[in-house]
Structures are given as C-alpha cells and as structure tokens.
Design a protein around this ligand. Structure first.
Ligand SMILES: Nc1ncnc2c1ncn2[C@@H]1O[C@H](COP(=O)(O)OP(=O)(O)OP(=O)(O)O)[C@@H](O)[C@H]1O
Ligand SMILES: [Mg+2]
Length: 323
C-alpha cells in the first residue's frame, strides 16, 4: 500500500469547488467592538474573495485578533455583520466552524495529551472517526513533520513544533477557509519556510487564507492582498506591490544617526523624505542617484534598497514594527 501524501489531504477539502467562485469567502460590514469606551475594531468593511490569500497587518493592539475572533464567533460582535462562505455569524456559527480552520495567536493545545491525542480530540469535535481519520492524522503528522513525536506530550515540544501541530490541527476538517493569527511568530527560518510552503499549497488548492503577521516580508511573499489596520480601522488595502507604489517613494537609502545629523545640518535641496528609525535614518526618494551623490560627496556611508511593505507600514501607521 502506498503511504498517503499531503496532496491526498487537500484533495478532499472540497475547497476546489469554491475556488474562483463569485461569492466572497468573507464579508465584514461595519464591524465594530468597543472595550472600556475605546474602539478596538472601528467599523471595518472588508470583502475577501474565495481562494484569496489575505493579510491583516497592524501594530500591536491595532485590532487584528479582535477582528478575527469576531469572525470566528469567539468574541461577540459589537456592531456590524460577519458573513463567512455566505453564512451569517453568529446565527450559523456551527455550520461556519465546520468549514473553517483556525490557528490562534496563542497555542491552545491540550498539555495533558500527546501530539496524536490532540489531533484525535480535535477531530472528535467535527465528528470525524474511523480509517479516514487515521489516514488524515498520518498526513497531518507528515505535514507538520512530527511523525517521530506522535507520542510526545505537548509540554515536551518546542515552540516551533507546537505552532506546526496547531496548523496541522487546523486542517483536520479539510477547511475551505483557514484563519491564521501570527502563525510564524517564534519559528526559526527553516520552520517558517516549511510553513510558507504548506500555506502556498493550500492557496494553490483554492483554500482561502487569512493571516496576520508582524513580518512584512512574509506578507509580501505570501499575500495576494493585505489590509493595514491601525487603531481599529483599515487605513489601506491592496496588493503589496500596489501599496508600495501608492504610498512610498521607490528607493530607500539608510544611514546612521550620526551621518544623518551631518546631512540634515547641511540640507541639500534634494527630492527626499527622511524618517528616523531607532539608531538609523531612512531617506525615501524617487531619485537615488542625486541623493547618493550628495551623501558620497559629504563622505557619509549609506546603503540603498528598493522600498518594501515595511516602508508602507511605517508611513501609514507611524509605528516601528517590532517595538
Ligand atoms: N478581552 C478584552 N478586554 C479588553 N480589551 C481588549 C480585549 N481584547 C483586546 N482588547 C484591546 O483591544 C485592542 C486590540 O487588541 P487586539 O488583540 O485585537 O490587537 P492585535 O492587533 O491583535 O495586536 P497584537 O499584534 O499585539 O496581537 C487592544 O487595545 C487590546 O488591549
Ligand atoms: Mg493579535
């Protein structure tokens, strides 16, 4: 008998049936949540088509988790409406949950159980059992690269192993929509790339993915579209490339604070915008040749790169990402 593969897992997700369909997978309208008089989520409108890989970005406390929790029925909706796969939350919460997978921001694995028992227990919530479940658990252990740890207790796993198991658990019901709240936080580079590969495979099979992350290169790498959310509001929403083109100059030149102060003390009339970040300064410009010539003539060391999503984030939220 040939061993089951990860692709067999996805073949029976049913996700292909909805890929490319006109109905949005997720539709949020006027979504709002107020805690202690302060809005954590402030009238969010958002439509995510089926099959899209969508990123929700924002500084700490921006309202990302609260938005996702309302979408999942884990936090009561303050105001507005949530529709998932054409169904209404919370009215059709059970039906929605049956077709969703969730990777929460903080692991909720049961520490008293082994790796395999955690998958089995979770499967029982969906009424899954029998040989199909046994096969699926093998596939998921393979996907999470945890075959050799199946009898390990949760508290003996590393943080990265727990994250991988949590993703495997989220896929147990063959979900059409997978919600991932900071799935790669704390993962080493290899584990992060492994997870990216798994997420891309799901995307290729038509699964709708919604991810939050503080790693802008991750969002740029994976997401079809991203929303930047700040203080509970969406401040921009588009493809990473379109956001970069719309909100920041194409080139970024960085230099040390000491160099920057000399540069500022002798301001040249250059087409540039400057931003102080921790111990360095960033010069944003459409004309890097002119700025570099100026820096070079002043003997100031610097480096140049293309603008990226992190620059958009800084511009729109005014926060340092990893503060
Ligand atoms: N249960 C709660 N009770 C009171 N305030 C809350 C609760 N949950 C969240 N908040 C507040 O709502 C705001 C948004 O929090 P949320 O967890 O949604 O942010 P986030 O964007 O996920 O941040 P992070 O990037 O740090 O995970 C914060 O000000 C937070 O303190
Ligand atoms: Mg959060």
């Amino acid at each position: 008998m040939t061993p089951p593969t990860a692709s067999a897992l996805a073949d029976d997700t049913g996700a292909a049936a909805i890929a490319g369909g006109a109905r949005p997978a997720i539709h949020l309208q006027g979504l709002r949540k107020v805690y202690n008089g302060t809005p954590a989520v402030d009238r969010i409108d958002l439509e995510i088509p089926a099959g899209e890989f969508f990123g929700l970005l924002g500084p700490n406390g921006a309202g990302k988790t609260t938005t996702l929790r309302m979408l999942l029925g884990l936090t009561p909706i303050g105001a507005g409406s949530v529709r998932v796969l054409g169904m209404d939350m919370p009215k059709q919460e059970r039906e929605i949950r049956a077709r969703l997978g969730v990777v929460p921001q903080f692991d909720t694995l049961d520490p008293d159980f082994t790796v395999e028992e955690n998958l089995l227990t979770y499967a029982s919530y969906f009424g899954l059992s029998g040989p199909a479940l046994t096969r699926r658990i093998e596939e998921l252990l393979e996907l999470a690269n945890l075959q050799t740890r199946r009898r390990a207790r949760i508290d003996t796993l590393s943080g990265g192993m727990k994250r991988r198991l949590t993703l495997a658990r989220a896929l147990i019901n063959g979900p059409e929509v997978v919600i991932l709240d900071e799935p790669t936080t704390g993962l080493d580079p290899q584990a992060r790339h492994h997870l990216w590969r798994q997420l891309r495979r799901l995307r290729e099979r038509g699964v709708t993915l919604v991810l939050t992350t503080h790693y802008m290169e991750e969002a740029e790498e994976l997401c079809d579209r991203v929303a930047i959310i700040d203080a509970g509001r969406i401040v921009a929403c588009d493809s990473p490339q379109a956001l970069i083109a719309a909100h920041v100059e194409p080139w970024v030149i960085s230099l040390s604070a000491a160099s920057a102060h000399r540069f500022i003390a002798d301001p040249a009339t250059l087409p540039a915008r400057m931003l102080e970040i921790a111990d360095s300064w960033l010069i944003y410009t459409a004309d890097p040749v002119a700025v570099r010539a100026e820096l070079e003539s002043a003997g100031l060391p610097h480096s140049t790169r293309a603008a990226n999503l992190e620059d958009v984030f800084l511009r729109l939220t005014g926060h340092d990402l990893r503060e």
